[in-house]
Ligand binder design. Structure first.
Ligand code: MD6
Ligand code: FE
Length: 217
């Protein structure tokens, strides 16, 4: 029998980096589908345009957002919620692209969450300087399901805190193609994005796009 060391060390297998129990970064997991994902982002935004939502406190969010799938996350002065129709058009959100579903299912499975079937995808767009302040994602009814988060374009610093807002967050660099899967004991952790550094990504330009895929009910 021959034994080739390199058979057991695939050079191009995505590396899985645990952040905290329940949360893992799959480095480069989305890279091979980057063009399809970006084409789909463009198609979604042509039907349901990027917009700056207002928080219940009356602040305009600096991150631009849109949605696809059966439900979309919206915020206004009355609160946060998931809605089946885009409030701008009254029409259903654009359908979830197959490539989003497949990537979410594969990433969740790689992180130990079998059979993940998201019914919502929130798309976030960051220009240089844009940040997302610390928050919890708790508008979903089934908190046993994980969230799968895909980073495209400019790199960002993900702030990963604890279950209390006051806990000092870890800083994790997320680059183009990285996928974060989090659930279990991390599901309600506070998190955010530090102000985006300026740069020019070869494929995406001067912005960062994030997709977060959720099971809302
Ligand atoms: C972002 N992400 O990466 C913002 N939420 O632009 C999130 O707020 C987020 O990455 C829940 C789960 C994963 C995430
Ligand atoms: Fe979040």
């Amino acid at each position: 029998m021959t034994f080739d060391l390199f058979d057991s060390l695939p050079q191009d297998a995505p590396r899985a980096e645990p952040i905290v129990p329940g949360a893992v970064v799959l480095r480069g997991f989305a890279r091979e589908h980057e063009q399809t994902l970006l084409d789909n982002v463009r198609a979604v935004a042509s039907q349901a345009p990027w917009r700056h939502l207002v928080t219940p406190g009356g602040q305009r969010m600096s991150v631009a957002m849109t949605n696809c799938g059966q439900f979309g996350w919206v915020s206004d002065v009355t609160g946060y919620r998931y809605e089946a129709a885009d409030p701008l058009s009254g029409q259903p959100w654009p359908a979830m692209p197959d490539a989003f579903l497949a990537l979410a299912r594969d990433a969740a499975a790689a992180a130990g969450f079998a059979d993940f079937r998201p019914d919502a995808c929130l798309l976030n767009r960051y220009a240089p300087g844009t940040r997302l302040s610390l928050h919890q994602d708790r508008d979903e009814l089934d908190l046993r399901a994980p969230i799968v988060s895909v980073s495209l374009g400019l790199p960002a610093v993900f702030l990963f805190g604890g279950l209390a807002r006051a806990e000092r967050p870890l800083r994790v660099r997320l680059a183009h193609g990285d996928v974060v899967v989090w659930g279990g004991p991390a599901r309600l952790a506070f998190h955010g994005i530090a102000p985006l550094a300026d740069g020019d990504h070869a494929l995406v330009g001067r912005e960062r796009i994030n997709l977060t895929l959720r099971k809302t009910r």
